[in-house]
Design a binder for this molecule. Sequence first.
Ligand code: CMP
Length: 133
Amino acid sequence: MIEQTLSIIKPDAVERNLETDIKEYFIKNKLKILKAKKVKISKEEASEFYRVHQTKPFYEDLCSYLSSGPIVVMVLEGENAILKNREVMGATDPMKAEEGTLRKMYGISIDKNSVHGSDSKENATTEINFFFK
Ligand code: CMP
C-alpha cells in the first residue's frame, strides 16, 4: 500500500549539514520526498507536536530541543512508507540502532537522534497536517 509519513531532520543533523545526505538516503531507500521545508518552531509548537509524549519524563527537554534550531520537515511517500521510514531510521536510541540505519550513522544520543518519523497511520496524518496544512 502506498502511504505517506512525516519525517523531521532534527536540529543536531541540520546543524551538522546532514540534510542532503539524509534526503539522498531516503530516496535510495525508495522513499520519495513529496514536500520539504526548513522551519524553526517555537517551544509551544513543539509541545503541541509532541503532545502524545506529554506524560513522559523527557517531554520538557524534548520540546526545548526540537525548538532549539532549524529543522527540515518532509512528507515521504512510498510502499508501506510508515514502517519503511522507521526501518531506515533505526531504533530510537542510536546506541541500539542497527548498522545501515540513519540513527546509527548520524545519531549522537537518544535526544539528539537526528531524525523523527511518524509511528502509525493515524499519527502520520496528524503530523503531516501539523506542518503542511
Ligand atoms: P522521536 O522519534 O522524535 O520521538 C520522541 C523522542 O523523544 C524520541 O525520538 C527521542 O529523541 C526522545 N526521547 C528522549 N528520551 C527518550 C526515551 N527514554 N524513550 C524514548 N524517546 C526518548
